[in-house]
Design a protein around this ligand. Structure first.
Ligand code: PLP
Length: 425
C-alpha cells in the first residue's frame, strides 16, 4: 500500500464502506432492521451506558447510515457525522445541543426559505430567538452579538441567488464572540467548498439536494469539525455538564473532538427522533459516488446558461457568482474555484407576470420546489418558496417579484439553452 492520502473522488466512492464482513457484498447493504441483538447482558449495559460503541436501535444508529456518516465526514474533513431524516431535522438537532430557552443565535438573512420559516416561527416556540444579519456586511454580525448569543448560522453558497458568503470573516466574528460557526453547505457540497477549511465548527447539509443528487430521497447530516471547546465558557451545558441519563458522564470530557456529533446522536436524535431510513442512506451513499462528476457538470452547465441569459434582451440581470461581472465573483474565485454552484437567479424586465409566465412555458425545466437534482429545475420564489415574506423582506433575501430561480441539471447545455430561448420568446 502506498502512504498517499486518498483524493476527493476516491473518498466519494470508498470512504466509510468495505465489503460486508458476513456476505462479501461489495455495495453497502441496506440493514433494514429496527434493532440489533446484544452479545450478552454486559454488552447491552455497556452500549446503553455509552461505554462501548455498537448498534442498539435504528433511531440511534444503523450500519448503512454509519457508512454514509463516515463518508460525508471524510469529504468535509470533519471528525464525525450524524445522519438524520432531513436538512431541517439537522438544523433542529444542532441547535438543541446549543440553545436553552431565551437564548439567541445569529443567522444570515440570505437563507433557504424553509430555514427562514423554521428559524422565525418554529424555533420561537422553543424559546430560541433568531437575530438576522446581512452576509454582505460582516460588521452586522459583530453588532448582533449579545451575552445570550450561542451560535452563528450561514450558508456557504446562499439560497436563492447563489451568492458566496465570506466564511473566514464570519468565522473570525464567531471566534471573538466565543460561539461556534454553523455552515449550511447544501448548495456547494464539499466538492466545491469545505467550510471547515475556512473556520466552520459545524457543517450541516440537506442530503436531499446535491449530495444525494437525484431528487429521490430526503436526508440531512451534521458534521462535527472537532474544533470547538465546549467547556471553556460554561455556555454549553449539554456538552460540558454531567448528563443524568448517562450515569453523569460529561460528553466533551469523554468524547473529546467528536463530542458534538455524539451529543447530536445520544441527546438529539435519540430524544427528538428524526432518524434517517437506511434505504434513504443507501440511495444517498450511491449518489455521493458520482458527486465530483455531477457537480462539475452542474457548474459548467450553469455558467453556460448564465452567460446565455446575461446576453438576452428580456433579462434585466443575472446573479451568478461564476460570471466575471458578478459582485460575488471575487469571493467565488477564493472559496469555490472549481465552479460557483448550479443554483442562481435572474430578473425579467417583465416583472412578476413575466416570471409566472416563463415558468409555465418551460418544457425541459421542471417547475417545482427543489434544487440539486440531475434534472434542471425552475421556480418563481416570490409566488412560492418566499411568498410568506413581505415585499421588502423578499427583496432583502434575494427573492423580489421579478426574480426566477434555476437549479441547473446535468443535461446537455444546448438543450437547456434552447428551452429557455423558446420560453423567453
Ligand atoms: C433544502 C434545503 C434545506 C432543508 O432540507 P430538507 O432536506 O428539505 O429538510 C436546508 N438548507 C438548504 C440550503 C436547502 O436547500
Amino acid at each position: 500500500m502506498s502512504d498517499r492520502l486518498p483524493g476527493f473522488s476516491t473518498l466519494a466512492v470508498h470512504a466509510g464502506a468495505q465489503p460486508d464482513p458476513t456476505t462479501g457484498a461489495r455495495a453497502t447493504p441496506i440493514y433494514q432492521t429496527t434493532s440489533f441483538v446484544f452479545n450478552d447482558a454486559d454488552h447491552a449495559a455497556s452500549l446503553f451506558g455509552l461505554q462501548a460503541f455498537g448498534n442498539i436501535y435504528t433511531r440511534i444508529g444503523n450500519p448503512t447510515n454509519a457508512a454514509l456518516e463516515e463518508r460525508v465526514a471524510a469529504l468535509e474533513g470533519g471528525t464525525a457525522a450524524l445522519a438524520v431524516a432531513s436538512g431541517h431535522a439537522a438544523q433542529v438537532v444542532v441547535l438543541q445541543q446549543l440553545l436553552q430557552p431565551g437564548d439567541e443565535f445569529i443567522a444570515a438573512r440570505k437563507l433557504y426559505g424553509g430555514s427562514i420559516n423554521q428559524f422565525t416561527h418554529a424555533f420561537k416556540s422553543f424559546g430560541w430567538n433568531v437575530v438576522w444579519a446581512d452576509p454582505d456586511d460582516i460588521a452586522s454580525f459583530e453588532r448582533a452579538v449579545t451575552p445570550r448569543t450561542k451560535a452563528i448560522f450561514i450558508e456557504s453558497i446562499a439560497n436563492p441567488a447563489g451568492s458566496i458568503t465570506d466564511i473566514e470573516s464570519i468565522s473570525t466574528v464567531a471566534r471573538k464572540a466565543g460561539v461556534p460557526l454553523i455552515v449550511d453547505n447544501t448548495l456547494a457540497s464539499p466538492y466545491l467548498i469545505r467550510p471547515i477549511d475556512h473556520g466552520a465548527d459545524i457543517v450541516v447539509h440537506s442530503l436531499t439536494k446535491f449530495l444525494g443528487g437525484h431528487g429521490n430521497s430526503l436526508g440531512g447530516i451534521i458534521v462535527d469539525a472537532g474544533t470547538f471547546d465546549w467547556s471553556a465558557s460554561g455556555k454549553y451545558p449539554m456538552l460540558s455538564e454531567p448528563r443524568p441519563e448517562y450515569h453523569g458522564i460529561r460528553l466533551q470530557e469523554t468524547f473529546g473532538n467528536f463530542a458534538f456529533a455524539i451529543a447530536c446522536r445520544v441527546l438529539g436524535l435519540r430524544d427528538l427522533g428524526p432518524a434517517l431510513s437506511p434505504f434513504n442512506a443507501f440511495m444517498i451513499l450511491t449518489g455521493i459516488e458520482t458527486l465530483p462528476l455531477r457537480m462539475q457538470k452542474h457548474c459548467d452547465n450553469a455558467k453556460a446558461v448564465a452567460e446565455f441569459l446575461a446576453a438576452h434582451p428580456a433579462v434585466s440581470s443575472v446573479n451568478y457568482a461564476g460570471l466575471a461581472s458578478d459582485k460575488y465573483n471575487q469571493l467565488a474565485r477564493k472559496y469555490a474555484p472549481k465552479g460557483a454552484g448550479a443554483v442562481f437567479t435572474f430578473s425579467l424586465k417583465g416583472g412578476y407576470d413575466a416570471g409566472v409566465k416563463l415558468v409555465s412555458k418551460l418544457q425541459l425545466f421542471s417547475h417545482l420546489a427543489n434544487v440539486g437534482d440531475t434534472r434542471s429545475l425552475v421556480i418563481h420564489p416570490a409566488s412560492t418558496t418566499h411568498s410568506q415574506l413581505d415585499d421588502a423582506a423578499k427583496i432583502k433575501s434575494g427573492a423580489g417579484p421579478d426574480v426566477v430561480r434555476l437549479s441547473i441539471g446535468i443535461e446537455d447545455k444546448e438543450d437547456l439553452i434552447a428551452d429557455l430561448e423558446q420560453a423567453l420568446a
